[in-house]
Unconditional design. Structure first.
Ligand code: C2O
Length: 491
């Protein structure tokens, strides 16, 4: 299975090159190929990994306080007025029409993302898989937003919208209807068939329950990553929704492949929502009874001083650091709507471990824990409504794996989904550093009775989602450490 999967992107790139030579879209088959021509220059856009532009370097450093535009609300895409939606479409239309020689152009900006995610031959970094994930994307969106705003003559007030998938469970209509890029600059022909036709997101991906669980993670390392690995937000909902909207292997690649993801305008609405959730997570800092570092960003200079170069609305090379983007209100001039911040719920922690593995045709790990802890969790569950989260740190994925996976608690014939993992692959170059570990936050509320059974507890399996009848695990879940968190008033 792996081998076939790995060959597909190369074959696709090969077919695309053929199509360029032959000057026909017949080989690509989606009709999207023609949309990949620059209208202005008549040239085919270069594709990663070979066709990427040079990695931007240096540039005028961002000066906090220098942006004095008004502080404007970033809104949900579904809350835009029809005038605002027209402006958004006009902006993307203008962006798509820019010639390839322009540093602001649609594909060059998408290639910037590819460059920074190790998808180009000349990539030198990957800003995914570590604590750079949040601040890099915030900086990228900031300059992209300025470019779009200046293309419609309103950099002062233009702000990107977000796709709040926790409420809007399908691709927002603005991005699908009308269809075709000529009629709708937010459209992308290269999306997964199901979601492109209105299917909702799989139940676990980006649900409000999942977000409530993520908000139970008070440490930045668990939520947003560390120097060496990613936080729980990155594999799911972030990665899962990427792979739901696009496919990693095959032709529906844009959102499903880091090398192409930012060619879909939906990418920016998706990442605005990720950015909003980071912002709201920070808003919980300082709550009563919380430890000092809870809901706060890292203070390590290795995080704060990370700096990246982008192009601004005047095509100038500029650079911005992680420290510069932390206060998005004052420095980047946007906010997200005020929400009533619920008092951070109290979670009770229990150490446990994933014991690998119960032997059999599909060996899989199960939870082991102190007998008294196990009993108090089960007692709490029987007494009242509780949420139970299994937090796994230092989870490693096999090399070169990509796609959407479900995590299932399996007990006999019973298979209860407890979470999802989206690994957004690169069709570009091989990751020189290898896959980085991640934190996973699984919602085991409905499976807790089975997972915590004294004899024959349920086992945890990771199955590839596209193979709905998959009986075998795609890989064995392993973690450096594990913890169960129970949210309940009286324990
Ligand atoms: Cu840089 Cu959502 O990926």
């Amino acid at each position: 299975m792996q081998r076939d999967d790995e060959n597909t992107p190369n074959r696709r790139r090969f077919l695309q090159r053929i199509a360029v030579v032959a000057g026909t879209s017949a080989f690509v088959g989606t009709g999207n190929f023609l949309e990949r021509f620059s209208v202005a220059s008549g040239m085919a856009y270069p594709d990663p990994p070979d066709g990427c532009p040079a990695m931007p370097a240096g540039g005028a450093p961002f000066v906090p306080g220098s942006d004095t535009r008004p502080i404007v609300l970033r809104k949900s895409i579904n809350a835009l007025s029809s005038t605002e939606l027209t402006t958004l479409r006009d902006a993307y239309k203008a962006l798509r029409a820019l010639p390839l020689t322009d540093k602001r152009t649609w594909v060059l900006q998408a290639d910037l993302h590819a460059l920074y995610c190790y998808s180009c031959n000349n990539s030198t970094v990957d800003i995914h898989g570590s604590w750079t994930f949040f601040p890099w994307h915030r900086g990228y969106l900031y300059y992209y937003e300025r470019i779009l705003g200046s293309l419609v003559g309103d950099p002062e007030n233009f702000r990107l919208p977000y796709w709040d998938w926790e409420n809007v469970r399908a691709i927002p209509a603005a991005y699908t209807t009308p269809s075709g890029v000529t009629n709708n600059s937010l459209y992308d022909a290269v999306r997964d068939g199901g979601m492109a036709n209105g299917d909702p997101l799989p139940i676990n991906d980006g649900s409000s329950t999942q977000i409530a669980n993520l908000n139970g993670l008070t440490d930045f390392a668990d939520f947003g990553g560390s120097a060496f690995g990613s936080g729980a937000m990155e594999p799911s909902p972030h990665g899962a929704i990427h792979v739901d909207v696009g496919q990693h292997f095959g032709q529906q690649h844009d959102m499903g492949d880091l090398a192409y993801a930012a060619r879909d305008p939906l990418f920016f609405a998706h990442h605005c929502n990720i950015d909003k959730l980071w912002s709201r997570w920070n808003d919980k800092a300082g709550g009563a009874g919380l430890p000092a570092g809870a809901y706060r960003n890292p203070t390590d200079p290795g995080f704060l001083n990370a700096r990246w170069s982008f192009y601004d609305e005047n095509q100038q090379t500029v650079s911005i650091s992680a420290a510069d983007v932390l206060n998005h209100r004052n420095n980047l001039r946007y906010i997200y709507g005020l929400v009533r911040i619920p008092f951070p719920p109290r979670w009770y922690f229990f150490k446990c471990r994933l014991f690998c593995c119960r032997p059999g045709p599909d060996p899989a790990p199960f939870i082991q824990m102190d007998e008294r802890d196990r009993e108090s969790i089960l007692r709490a569950l029987s007494r009242s409504q509780s949420s139970v989260m299994l937090l796994l740190r230092g989870v490693r994925f096999p090399a070169k794996i990509a796609g959407a996976f479900d995590v299932l608690a399996v007990s006999g014939d019973k298979r209860v989904p407890v979470g999802s993992i989206g690994i957004v692959g690169h069709s570009g170059v091989e990751h020189r550093e290898g896959p980085r570990p991640t934190t996973l936050a699984l919602d085991i509320t409905t499976a807790a009775q089975d997972l915590l059974k004294k004899d024959n507890p349920a086992t945890l399996h990771v199955v590839r989602r596209s193979e709905s009848k998959a009986q075998r695990s795609a890989f064995v879940l392993q973690a450096d450490s594990a913890e169960i968190r129970v949210q309940q008033q009286q324990l």
